[in-house]
Unconditional design. Structure first.
Length: 89
């Protein structure tokens, strides 16, 4: 079963999630620009391309530094493994 980043991390920042009242909805869950990429909902399986996600808070917009962090992320690796040759980077 393909899951989205907010389900994998159980962050509660998806629409209607437990933490949205205090922190808002994660941009990956709202970003329709990447809907369907790697089989995800909105940016849920393409979160490494969505600015201002939870994982992006300490990189201060430094794209190469952010991508290095993503390459070692357990969720990124899972999506890459699940998608195989169809993986969208």
């Amino acid at each position: 079963m393909k899951i989205n980043c907010w389900e994998f991390f159980e962050c509660g920042k998806e629409p209607g999630g437990a933490k949205t009242a205090e922190t808002g909805v994660c941009p990956a869950a709202e970003s329709t620009e990447h809907n369907g990429k790697n089989g995800g909902i909105n940016g849920g399986r393409y979160c490494w391309k969505v600015p201002d996600t939870l994982c992006d808070t300490n990189t201060e917009g430094n794209k190469p530094e952010r991508m290095l962090k993503c390459f070692s992320c357990r969720f990124f690796i899972r999506v890459q493994d699940e998608e195989g040759s169809c993986f969208e980077m």
